[in-house]
Design a protein around this ligand. Structure first.
Ligand SMILES: [Zn+2]
Length: 82
């Protein structure tokens, strides 16, 4: 695994400004949600790794955003993923 220290909020604290951090809280909420699978249409897609998503229903795996499959938050996500 890539990260060693993984504790939700503090993890980004020093490196990013308030605006980004606030977005990250949103992103973390979004990470926990399930998403609609574009193959089988069920709401069963979960994040299994950075940028990797898997449908628990049909097993379809795909690369998506670092934290969320696809939303307008991608701009922020891009900054954070690098
Ligand atoms: Zn599926």
């Amino acid at each position: 695994m890539a990260t060693k220290k993984v504790k939700s909020a503090g993890r980004f604290g020093a490196r990013y400004g308030v605006r980004v951090r606030r977005s990250l809280i949103k992103i973390e909420e979004m990470q926990k949600k399930k998403y609609v699978c574009k193959r089988c249409g069920k709401t069963a897609v979960k994040r299994i790794g950075t940028g990797i998503w898997e449908c628990k229903s049909c097993g379809y795996k795909f690369a998506g955003g670092c934290y969320i499959p696809r939303t307008s938050a991608m701009k922020i996500v891009d900054q954070v993923c690098k």
